[in-house]
Design a binder for this molecule. Sequence first.
Ligand code: PAF
Length: 289
Amino acid sequence: MAPRTVHTRESLRVLLDTQREDGRTIALVPTMGNLHRGHLSLVECAAREADLVVVSIFVNPTQFGPGEDYARYPRTLEADLEALADSACSVVYAPDVDDLYPFGVDEAVRITAPPALANRLCGASRPGHFDGVLTIVARLLLVCAADCAVFGEKDYQQWLLIERMCADLGIATRIVRAPTVRDEHGLALSSRNAYLDERERRLAAALHATLLDLAGRLRDGRHDHAALAARGRAALAQQGFDVDYLEIVDPDTLAPASRTGQALRILVAARLGGARLIDNLDVPATRVL
Ligand code: PAF
């Protein structure tokens, strides 16, 4: 059955209160629309976690910096509703800016992201980005009061910060991390892949391949992290990427990893043509003998 679409937080609240009174649990999938297979897998994951799935579709102005792609970010509500028609989503919340920022964006109460986690990696080249993400996610969590909310692992730093926000502010919604969905060449699905032409799309698979190569070397016992990261950056640059960062970090703190044998995360962001692409890979802890 096609999901019910509401455009205001008031109508969403009324609808969800009724569902809760009937004993149903609720999972929220926040999105900025332009939905693809990756989003649909978040919906499937949400349906395994709760009785009712709400998908929010909102291109959030506060998480885009000056000169970023807020204006040209694809807004495709009709196609998104079609994509959700055969999914497990029951309710779509598609507000306009005034509904989520009723006092205006400039006068909005904002969340400041914790600097140690937020100012590195994507935060270093997108100042204020994670403040905007946490500001909108907090608003969505307040409006929905969902039992859980599902976020994709592709945006690892975002997921970590949302977890931290909920732990720090005592927000009861459980944060669920869903695995990255990739195309047949390994490219992580993202709405921004739409900015790639056919040739760039094939090239873009090198991002994941580079992470796999580095993960293999780490599993083989290499622990010269800085040299390995430099190797990855050079490989990508050689293939035409403009690398923003590639780092091997502690998965909980995002600080450069130092202990031998610890679990690691490799994170990368790089520009290719008109797209800024991100990806990451987990490297499980190895037993040190
Ligand atoms: O990951 C996204 O699409 C966005 O950052 C989110 C979480 C929907 C907030 O606008």
